[in-house]
Design a protein around this ligand. Sequence first.
Ligand code: ORO
Length: 301
Amino acid sequence: NLQVEVGGLKLKNPVMTASGTFGFGREYGEYIDLNQLGAIVVKGLTVKPKEGNPPPRVYETPCGMLNSVGLQNSGVDAFIEKELPFLRDYDVAVIVNIAGETIEEFAYMAKKLDIDGVDGIEINVSCPNVKKGGMAFGINPEDIFNITKEVKKVTQKTVIVKLTPNVGDIGVCAKAAEDGGADAVSLINTIAGMAINIDTRTPVFKNVIAGLSGPAIKPIALRMVYEAARAVKIPVIGMGGISSFKDALEFMIAGAKAVAIGTCNFVNPNCTIEVIEGIKQYMVLNNIEDINEIIGSLKVD
Ligand code: ORO
């Protein structure tokens, strides 16, 4: 059995896409069978259409990627009108990532999205690229608590809170989400990083700070997922540099009930499918009948 339940949401398997790396599934639908995914987490939405940050928006490092997209998207209404009908044609859970600038905006979008075809809401309190300096609501446990509470009031959907790693104690942030009524937490969003052009001695990104993702952040993400899973009773969705089924299993053993694949989608569009297949083979080889046996099974003396 590959089925897992994440905060009331039954997923056919624990592998989902990470917000912002999979668009709304259209492009990837040409390469892979979207029906095979545990869930699709769509690109972050804002109340109004957003142009995003000036270029460059991405920059490759030897072991990861920096991004400063700035939440470019066409807004929540365009999503409901144009993208959701496409996703509804598939038998896959749809989780909608929302990024408000105020508590009211989060609640406004969550209420609008309390409709058929949306299975879950992911509250994005962790985008590093909107305010200069890379700060987000997610660095303040009180903000996490309040936003979660207001969103929970207006939606029947599974509410997931996406946490930022740019904090001292991730357990406290995960607990704030749980106390606010979250059904699950997901982590990590990108780690604040930067790059400099040595010829011009200027920052590569206009905002100076950008979000680091990919293999470079995996050990940090794994440690934070482990800490968060110990701090809360609600399910944890683990992500950060997962590029193989082995990476995914590490996160699950550390306590993640599900995992999300982000940056690897850019490198290998078939990555999610390969991870699902790899987990299946691992289970057969190790006589594991139920994936849930693996979750949080880390042996620590
Ligand atoms: N980039 C990230 O790394 N995380 C987010 O949540 C959003 C963005 C972006 O749109 O720039």
